[in-house]
Design a protein around this ligand. Structure first.
Ligand SMILES: Nc1ncnc2c1ncn2[C@@H]1O[C@H](COP(=O)(O)OP(=O)(O)O)[C@@H](O)[C@H]1O
Ligand SMILES: [Mg+2]
Length: 237
């Protein structure tokens, strides 16, 4: 009995060690370039910024120098001292892993695009930025996504998508089971190409460390959770 208990505890300990090690590796591998981190540290050292993001307070963020694109549950914004990036903060699943999912999925989709030689669909490169004065634990409240800003045409204007881009985008949507395939999540670029800007809501998202660990058990859990998410989102719409 004792042996079983000790073995179980040892296993749990090793799993959590391996999870936090993988988490640290993940953060390191997705860190923005150093000069960007330096610039960002000046902006995000101000605790008021964090408080405003946490409250999804768009007006306060504007006053603090941001250009806010949306501030509902997630906060999506830009800052003139960080040109070329869209900044994303996740309040929606407070404490969970939508931020990490965005980074992870963008990377996976990009690999797929390269492997299949798709040329008319693009995904922005996404970095994970640790917010100064927050803990290092891999959770949404501690990190931001810096997403490479894509040259997409403004909404509301007539836009033409190439047939090839439609076909390739559909392949990505199907492959990754992108649950929220609504227009705001896809930008139209010049030449009728498509940029998949929102990589958060995919069936193969799973949750943070579970996701990163990526073994057969986590894949199984993800598929069950994913199917559940898919069903709920379909039945809602
Ligand atoms: N990488 C990007 N390049 C250009 N515009 C972007 C990018 N990411 C987001 N946006 C703009 O911000 C809007 C909201 O971003 P999105 O990631 O869809 O946020 P949410 O998860 O809250 O839906 C998009 O509709 C798009 O207009
Ligand atoms: Mg979106």
């Amino acid at each position: 009995m004792y042996k079983l208990l000790t073995a179980t505890l040892a296993m749990l300990f090793c799993t959590s060690l391996s999870a936090s090690k993988k988490g640290r590796e993940f953060v390191r591998a997705h860190r923005p370039p150093t000069h960007i981190v330096t610039l960002a540290n000046h902006i995000f050292a101000d605790k008021q910024v964090y408080r405003a993001m946490r409250r999804s307070d768009g007006a306060a963020l504007q006053e603090l120098g941001f250009t806010v694109i949306t501030a509902k549950d997630n906060v999506i914004m830009e800052h003139k001292q960080l040109p070329g990036f869209i900044i994303k903060f996740g309040n929606r699943f407070a404490g969970l892993y939508s931020t990490i999912a965005r980074v992870r999925m963008a990377e996976k989709i990009d690999r797929y695009i390269q492997r299949k030689n798709l040329t008319a669909v693009h995904v922005p490169k996404k970095y994970l930025y640790h917010i100064p004065h927050r803990r290092h634990k891999l959770k949404d409240q501690n990190y931001l996504v810096f997403s490479q800003k894509m040259p997409i045409q403004p909404r509301g204007e007539p836009r033409i998508i190439s047939k090839q881009a439609i076909e390739e985008t559909c392949r990505v949507i199907n492959r990754f089971a992108i649950v929220d395939a609504s227009p705001g999540n896809f930008g139209i670029m010049d030449e009728g190409n498509v940029a998949i800007v929102d990589t958060e809501s995919t069936i193969r998202t799973g949750g943070g460390l579970w996701y990163i660990l990526d073994n057969p058990l986590t894949r199984f859990v993800q598929s069950v959770v994913g199917t559940y998410k898919f069903r709920t989102s379909v039945s809602k719409s």
